[in-house]
Design a binder for this molecule. Sequence first.
Ligand SMILES: Cc1ncc(COP(=O)(O)O)c(C=O)c1O
Length: 257
Amino acid sequence: MRQAGAQLIPIPVDDEGIQIEAVESVCRRTSVKALLTTPQHQFPTTVTLKADRRMALLELSHQYGFTIIEDDYDHEFHYGTKVPLPLASYAHGGPILYISSLSKLIAPAVRIGFVTGPPAFIQAAATLRSIIDRQGDNVLEQAVAELMQAGEIQKHARRALNVYRQRHAQTHQFLQQYLADAVTYRVPEGGLAYWIRFNQSRNIPELTKQLQQQGVSVIDTDAFSYEGAGLNALRIGFASLTSPEMEQVLQVLQKTL
Ligand SMILES: Cc1ncc(COP(=O)(O)O)c(C=O)c1O
């Protein structure tokens, strides 16, 4: 966003998602062009934006005339019975760019994503895109299209959802078993990670390094902090770990603390 010349204004997120009053207060004092959000599972905290806030956000977009950029990168993996609909599925009269990707559903190496939005935007984006890459990856796109048409991607999504649902539950169980006294977290409604906050203040870059030395790869979450203040948290991704692997990871974390 910065590379594209945007001036960024961070908005706080709490247990119900992006804070609407904060969005409104920014809109009142300055002209906002766009709001980038990950409502289904906020990155990196995994929080799902609650229904009333979704409606309020759409209303604000209409009222103040800003575009919502909805990054819906892992919507396939929601574990509750009611899966919230994307913001883009509501006709609220304002522009929404809806972006998603096959990175989580198939693999990050499959460099295929998609965007929907007003025709003029799509046309302009396609023109820019064609400057960087005239053709895209036709062979890969054709292969994925065939798998979609044959129903294979849908079958895979169902199987993956079941695997991740189990891993999501297991991770909660191991967190309770090994780290209940050390961390606070909400069980995420979906997505592929837990956001755990340490009860005591921790040096996260140092902890990240120590874990990496023991073969546990985690992201230094201070990198997500807009103003540089440490977040005192880790993002524990469970997608690629079997149950014994996750148990081992959380045991290593417990011993390292
Ligand atoms: C917040 C967020 N948006 C989008 C993506 C997907 O990015 P890409 O399609 O470039 O792999 C990711 C992947 O990790 C992500 O974390």
